[in-house]
Design a protein. Sequence first.
Length: 308
Amino acid sequence: MKIVVTGCRGQLGTEIQKQLRLGYSEIGSIPESLKNAEVVAIDLPQLDLSKKTDVMNYFREVRPDLIINCAAYTNVDGCEVNHDVAFSANAIGPRNLAMAAEEIHAKLVHVSTDYVFDGKDNGSVPRDEGDIPNPISAYGSTKLMGEKYVMEYCHTAFIVRTAWLYSYYGKNFVKTIVNAGKKHGKLTVVNDQCGNPTNAVDLAHELLQLAATEEYGLYHCTGEGTCSWYDFASEIIRLSEVNATVSPCTSAEYKTMNPASADRPAWSALDNRMLRCTIGNDMRDWKEALTVFFEHWDGENGMKEEQK
């Protein structure tokens, strides 16, 4: 088994490589068919996924059995002013990977986002895979186009939408809140945008479980339970034991303070229906997963030594 992980230096790419190396995660073993796999990790500048000829030539030479695409341009505000960059990374890149995977008969796991939805309240019911996307930002629209290209060009693909991702590695909301709490002692966070915090450990675990099957299709994969960004930040501060307070604000108030910020969906909670109905849903409750994160996080850039 040969596996190529794109976007290998990001939060998810790093976690996937670790689980493939160890053969297990915090929540269980990886599939037997993926253990002892040859893992090829790539990122910019080694390979620009928006360059079709380069991508096709690379995969014709390497010929993996499985491609896990963790590469994306995820700067939501940056996508609004760098739309071509966002489209190249989030739409053209996945298209090229899908075409390459189809040609060499490889499986493709492609990661997408809750931002493909407009955020209109669905009666406080989480969105499942059958709901119709309607993005309101450049990030969401380019990621949705990437999904469509993968569906069109690869018949052995898993498209997996996730949300509010955090990890032991790289930059994320959890670390931002901890550092801001230490620096300022007082935080203001929006309380009218709701979704699902997702630990990268859980997401990587489920991606690998899916990859060992032929249950191709569209999936949602987020932490269980719904909260606001304010709720999430409050729990982060509580668990981190940082001496700081968290106050709520509305999206409109945040927009006034940050006029260049992109619109974000007010309700983007996802339901992991396809997981439950196929391989099973192992995603932890978001509070449980966050508690374990703080038990293992070293407070800097990774895990405590005994957990590595």
